[in-house]
Design a protein around this ligand. Structure first.
Ligand code: DOR
Length: 463
């Protein structure tokens, strides 16, 4: 069915579009955006009344964990993509730390096939850097590129061997895909469970120093300079990493970076059960909350401020969720024993909008960091030696002819986070019980409704 999204506030940073108008999707493609002076398409349309709502390109997540194959108790491609649609994401790049890991053509094809038959949004797998994520030997990077991976990463684990990392960067040039690194010096972070600082001391937990991240960010930047390869730093969490990235960008290196919604909105105090941002108290300050255990850990307010500044001055290119669903059993235990990770797809928009509502972030910048910017990180690679990027043209934009991927949200609608209503199997959220302002009303993928809020009624119309 062709769609007419009527009377919404259309915001498309890719073409500087910021206007009230109508958006037409015909046969799965963006066909007409008011106020463009083209001829309106004729025919029958299902109408989404969007007055008072924001209409923007579908969100693109460079970094999430769908857990299939192997950890279907935590998430499946079916449940993870439904969570994505509910959160406004139309494209997901999923990390390869599954069981088996995505280190062969067979596993890439399994993920692609399952996403095709069971998923409701676009899914692009990321392949391993090392075989079996063991950090010993390079994965078959050519085979993975030919099978259609978007990038390479051992996410969840750093690439400890600098020599292996150098070789991975060198080979990645030939295959035109970026290397995404989870930057963590394991010798420094060893057994740490949260940020090293006063909260860890008070709770009697072993800390992970900022230097554990920064040491590897510095190493990786040096290797990116040596090899000329495209390096993307995952989930940046410290002010020191931001300084290193700023210098790398000043030098003109092909280095990009992402930050998560949780590192932008929460700090280490949240581990004690309260947040500086939401003033929401989920537990006594003498208690801890394993739902706030994440890797890299939630850091200090100084770090959070540095991340925000870096997002604004483009030192950090994109926002990525690092959606990391876990079972109740993985989290309902001692802090040291709990799994790292936050189930983030369904709360990303609401908690990022809290930064907009409080005047800390500009709405257009936020939308750009969720749509156009993540695509640009992947698209640079299209110009590289291996021309066959699996990413179709036109994601992250509402340009004419682009795939009809659109997110429609109400920036003022307030809702209370109830993990029991999540589409994700992962109920592990530090925002449980929090009131967020801003909710997705509909998510459209290739002209099809992947998600619709119950309160949104469609109307039929002949145009
Ligand atoms: O908190 C995290 N969880 N950080 C990671 O890097 C991996 C992820 C996971 O796979 O659970």
């Amino acid at each position: 069915m062709n769609l007419l999204i009527k009377g919404g506030h259309i915001l498309d940073p890719s073409q500087g579009l910021d206007a009230i108008g109508d958006l037409y999707i015909v046969e799965g493609k963006i066909t007409w955006v008011e106020p463009l002076k083209e001829k309106r398409p004729l025919g029958k349309f299902a109408v989404i009344p969007a007055s008072g709502l924001l209409v923007c390109p579908g969100f693109v997540d460079l970094h999430c964990h769908l857990r299939q194959p192997g950890y279907e108790d935590k998430e499946t491609i079916a449940s993870g993509t439904r969570a994505a649609a509910k959160g406004g994401f139309t494209t997901l790049c999923c990390m390869p730390n599954t069981k088996p890991p995505v280190d062969s053509q067979a596993v890439v094809e399994y993920v692609q096939r399952t996403a095709h038959t069971e998923g409701v949004v676009r899914v692009y797998p990321i392949g391993c850097i090392s075989k079996g994520l063991k950090g010993e030997e390079l994965a078959e990077m050519g085979e993975l590129a030919a099978a259609g991976v978007m990038a390479y990463s051992d996410d969840g684990q750093p690439v400890t061997s600098s020599r292996l990392m150098r070789h991975a960067l060198e080979y990645s040039l030939a295959f035109g895909r970026p290397i995404i690194d989870h930057c963590e010096d394991k010798a420094l972070s060893a057994d740490g469970a949260m940020n090293e600082g006063w909260v860890a001391t008070r709770l009697g937990l072993k800390g992970i120093p900022a230097a554990a991240e920064e040491a590897i960010v510095a190493r990786d930047i040096a290797l990116a300079e040596l090899t000329g390869a495209c390096l993307h730093i995952a989930h940046v969490s410290t002010a020191g990493s931001v300084d290193l990235l700023r210098r790398a960008k000043d030098k003109g290196l092909a280095v990009t970076a992402e930050v998560t919604p949780h590192h932008l909105t929460l700090t280490e105090e949240r581990v004690m059960g309260f947040s500086t941002q939401t003033a929401h108290h989920t537990a006594s300050a003498l208690w801890y909350d394993t739902n706030a255990k994440v890797n890299p850990p939630l850091r200090s307010e100084k770090d959070r401020q540095a991340l925000l500044e870096a997002l604004k001055d483009d030192t950090i290119d994109a926002i990525a969720t690092d959606h990391a669903p876990h079972t109740i059993v993985d989290k309902l235990c001692e802090f040291d024993a709990a799994a790292f990770g936050i189930s983030g797809l369904e709360t990303a928009l609401g908690c990022l909008l809290s930064l907009v509502h409080s005047g800390q972030l500009d709405l257009k910048l936020l939308i750009s960091k969720l749509t156009w910017e993540p695509v640009r990180i992947l698209e640079i690679k299209k110009a590289s030696l291996f021309p066959t990027s699996p990413l179709p043209w036109g994601l992250g934009t509402l340009q004419m002819g682009a795939p009809g991927d659109v997110t429609i949200f109400d920036p003022s609608k307030e809702w209370v986070v109830n993990p029991n209503t999540f589409a994700s199997k992962g109920k592990n959220t530090p925002w449980a019980g929090c009131q967020l302002k801003g909710q997705v009303m509909a998510t459209v993928v290739a002209g099809n409704l992947a998600y619709r809020d119950d309160s949104l009624r469609l109307e039929g119309q002949s145009a």
